[in-house]
Design a protein around this ligand. Structure first.
Ligand code: TYD
Length: 197
């Protein structure tokens, strides 16, 4: 019998180690004989590329940005996520619609409304891991100290993002993991959690 697909999401503010942990968790599932699809959002597709370019060349309007994230995700679900789940694979994502709740929520949109729009087409995860870290440590890890005007703005908005991520902690599929520890400790914690789902 085919094993059911699993959708596992790693979320958290920048600097929490999502991509490293996604890779390590993927290797652990592969060692247990599962087929794994590792992916990330924004994707490398056309909408995701526009979003990444806009980070370098000046930001999109909040409305356009939200729309592009939704278009990017719709395509990701149709072309990558749902087919892999249907084939019984383990899909591990570095960011998903909880990032839209957090980041576009920090830009003024209502996180609950963002969630509702996404859940019209995006499957809910089997496991959402919120990698939690205080903003000072996160800024240090990404090489910023928070003492220029631009960085101050970034600090405030990351603080709001962190709060929105933590507001999800009581969802039945969510687990909060302290990512202030060593990579090995966090990876071991994630394996333990994944073993239980
Ligand atoms: P990130 O994972 O940091 O990509 P990279 O490591 O290539 O820079 O994602 C880029 C930024 O996009 C990050 O600051 C969070 C933001 N983001 C949103 O604002 N909304 C979303 O829905 C997603 C998925 C990401």
């Amino acid at each position: 019998m085919q094993k059911p697909g699993l959708l596992i999401i790693l979320e958290g503010i920048d600097g929490t180690g999502k991509s490293t942990q996604a890779k390590r968790l993927g290797e652990w599932f592969e060692a247990r004989g599962r087929e794994v699809v590792l992916s990330r959002e924004p994707t490398d597709g056309p909408w995701g590329r526009k979003l990444r370019e806009s980070a370098a060349t000046g930001r999109l309007s909040p409305e356009d940005e939200l729309e592009y994230f939704l278009k990017d995700r719709r395509q990701h679900v149709e072309e990558v996520i749902q087919p892999a789940l249907d084939a019984g694979k383990v899909v591990i994502l570095d960011r998903y619609y909880f990032s839209t709740m957090a980041y576009q929520g920090a830009r003024g949109f209502d996180p609950a409304e963002i969630r509702r729009k996404n859940e019209e087409f995006a499957p809910r995860p089997d496991l959402l891991v919120i990698l939690d870290l205080n903003v000072d440590t996160a800024l240090e890890r990404i090489g910023a100290r928070g003492d220029t005007a631009n960085e101050f703005e970034k600090r405030e908005s990351l603080q709001r993002c962190r709060e929105i991520f933590l507001s999800l902690k009581d969802e039945p599929f969510a687990r909060v993991v302290d990512s202030g520890r060593s990579l090995d400790d966090v990876a071991a914690n994630l394996r333990e959690i994944a073993d239980g789902i």
